[in-house]
Design a protein around this ligand. Structure first.
Ligand code: RIB
Length: 306
């Protein structure tokens, strides 16, 4: 079977803590609730692609612990191919603190995600020219090698530099789609990115470092796209019922990937990704909150009716 998307990235076991605010240093603070679920930017993006009907192969590493087992089972439940996920050491963990309004902050423990090596990237993974999706929760050397191989095999490369880190100039130059949020764009440029005007500037500057399109996402302020054809701001989809924005960026990228595989234009792809992301943030958790095409159609029908 051919593969639409190859995700080379992280799998984390997430501990979500619901709380009214962050504790101060030295304070013991009482939270409101806790959930444990599969996450990690790589796995989340792979699942969103699969939920939309793409065939997805994931390369990564989980621990030889019970969390590793659960992370694999979740991917399998959503039909993501897991035969190229190694087991080694202890699983990566995400501690996600979710505030009342749905905003979050998180700390990740790399764990097994840093046991993937460039040697794990077999030529065969790239040979049917899939879209290759990468993030920054695995070793930089693996991302560098993945980009080299992807280019050699004629794949399209989408890099989500999250969490933001320095990317080798040579690697960045080969990227076809760079997706970053405002914090990640600010890190890469060393200047604040807080509004649409600053995001326009950031997208322009970042586009000089890559070989393609830059997308700067801005949460409820939408997204700015800089491609060969456009420098354009797309508004976010209105969303009254936000409970957890943890996987919003991952849902956006999975949906963007769907549009790229289906050869939709960016003018169609970005509003679609915004709709998918808006649906994902109305439920707790990453992977189980991600919508299918039927969920999206149902939402559109109900929006037209009401
Ligand atoms: O993007 C959300 C994800 O970031 C969480 O699942 C967490 O594990 C971190 O990787």
């Amino acid at each position: 079977m051919t593969t639409d998307v190859l995700v080379i990235g992280s799998l984390n076991f997430d501990i979500l803590i619901q709380q009214d605010r962050l504790p101060h240093l030295g304070e013991t603070f009482t939270g409101n609730g806790m959930m444990m679920m599969p996450g990690g930017k790589g796995a989340n993006q792979a699942v969103q692609c699969a939920r939309l009907g793409l065939t997805v192969n994931m390369v990564g590493c989980v621990g030889q612990d019970m969390y590793g087992q659960e992370l694999l089972q979740s991917l399998e439940k959503y039909q993501v191919a897991t035969q190229n996920i190694k087991r080694c050491g202890t699983s990566g963990v995400g501690i996600v603190q979710i505030m009342k309004e749905g905003d979050y902050c998180s700390t990740i423990i790399k764990g097994a995600n840093y046991h993937i090596t460039a040697a794990d990237l077999k030529d065969a993974f790239f040979s049917d020219r899939p879209l290759v999706i990468l993030q920054s929760e695995i070793p930089p050397s693996v991302v560098d090698e993945a980009v080299k191989k992807a280019v050699r095999f004629g794949c399209t490369v989408l890099l989500n530099n999250a969490p933001a880190r320095e990317i080798a100039a040579e690697t960045l130059r080969q990227v076809n789609y760079l997706v970053v949020n405002e914090t990640e764009a600010a890190f890469m440029l060393g200047t604040p990115v807080k509004d649409v005007t600053q995001a326009n500037d950031a997208a322009l500057q970042l586009s000089q470092r890559i070989n393609g399109t830059v997308i700067v996402t801005l949460g409820e302020k939408g997204a700015v796209v800089k491609s060969a054809e456009m420098l354009q701001h797309f508004p976010a989809k209105p969303c009254a019922n936000v409970v957890d924005t943890t996987g919003a960026g991952d849902a956006f990228i999975g949906a963007l990937a769907w549009s790229l595989v289906r050869q939709r234009s960016l003018s169609e792809a970005i509003p679609f990704a915004a709709s998918v992301s808006a649906l994902a943030i109305q439920k707790y958790g990453g992977q189980s909150a991600f919508p299918t095409l039927s969920d999206i159609e149902a939402q559109q029908v109900s929006a037209n009716v009401t």
